[in-house]
Design a protein around this ligand. Structure first.
Ligand SMILES: Nc1ncnc2c1ncn2[C@@H]1O[C@H](COP(=O)(O)OP(=O)(O)OP(=O)(O)O)[C@@H](O)[C@H]1O
Ligand SMILES: Cc1ncc(COP(=O)(O)O)c(N)n1
Length: 270
């Protein structure tokens, strides 16, 4: 259809506090001028202190959501969030492998800001074998990169090595997010390794705040939204980093601990 409005898909868990998971993904899509759709994989009972309970969706229902969306829409890019276990990973892989939902941004959600584990350890291997090879982009945080690349990251050289290992596993483009736990640090640096072998660092000032729930979801959703609008991968990385930084830098008061970031703050250029 000519002049079709950009459409993107999140394949993720719902987080009841509205700041992370599917809720953060859809907020980011809509704020960036993309129509967002969702395949629900799981739901968690979460607030700004932590996650109290988690429930996975039946795989047949997950598969049906893909089928129903495919029967109608032209989705230009998709992303994954919480996938919970091996069975769900296999269901998602089977449904995205022919590319009908556009290029895939894989946010390998393993651990949350509060330290809750959202992926069974027995499923790391399934993620490596079944989903990483289908990823146009992978966006692990510092912890997830070390788990998936099976190595410790202490230096910039280690970061570069881990990104290459993720590429060797089949992810075409890697955005490896740097650590941000040190109150004295001045900047947060992420490392981008592209399919053609070029690489660059993306840096933003470190913001000393607890209001960082959903930053990872937001970054990967913003990349997906920009890809759905036709931006190159490198530009999608840059625009998404800027969006996420601006949403962190101007916090809003919601909840008592790891509150949401501010999706009204970014100055968006359409
Ligand atoms: N305090 C901060 N100041 C500046 N930038 C930050 C801060 N916290 C996170 N970021 C940025 O937010 C983006 C998301 O990174 P982060 O490491 O928080 O992802 P994540 O751990 O996957 O997040 P989540 O726990 O929400 O899944 C990165 O670009 C990171 O540099
Ligand atoms: C359902 C769900 N998915 C993901 C996250 C992690 O969010 P983030 O790592 O972006 O803080 C979360 N808290 N809940």
């Amino acid at each position: 259809m000519a002049n079709e409005f950009p459409q993107a898909l999140t394949i993720a868990g719902s987080d009841s506090d509205g700041s992370a998971g599917m809720e953060a993904d859809l907020t980011t899509f809509f704020t960036l001028g993309v129509h967002g759709m969702c395949v629900l994989t799981a739901a968690v009972a979460g607030n700004s202190y932590g996650i109290d309970a988690s429930q996975s969706m039946p795989t047949a229902f997950v598969a049906q959501q893909f089928k129903t969306l495919a029967a109608d829409f032209h989705i230009r890019a998709s992303k994954t969030g919480m996938l919970a276990d091996s069975e769900l990973i296999r269901t998602v892989a089977a449904n995205v492998k022919d590319g009908q939902f556009g290029p895939l941004v894989l946010d390998p959600v393993i651990i949350t800001k509060h330290g809750a584990m959202l992926l069974e350890e027995s499923a790391y291997e399934t993620l490596r074998e079944e989903l990483i090879p289908l990823a146009t982009v992978i966006t692990p945080n510092f912890f997830e990169a070390q788990k998936l690349a099976e190595m410790e990251i202490k230096t910039d050289d280690d970061t570069v090595t881990a990104a290459h290992k993720l590429q060797d596993l089949g992810a075409k483009n890697v955005l490896l997010k740097g650590a941000h736990h040190d109150g004295d640090q001045k900047e947060v640096r992420d490392y981008a390794l592209l399919e053609d072998g070029t690489s660059f660092w993306l840096s933003a000032p470190y913001v000393a705040t607890d209001r960082i729930n959903g930053t990872g979801d937001t970054l990967s959703s913003a990349i997906t939204a920009e890809m759905a609008k036709g931006e190159s991968i490198a530009d999608a990385f840059r625009l998404a980093k800027q969006y996420t930084y601006e949403a962190i830098a101007d916090p809003i008061a919601v909840g008592h601990k790891f509150g949401p970031i501010n999706h009204w703050a970014p100055k968006i250029q359409h």
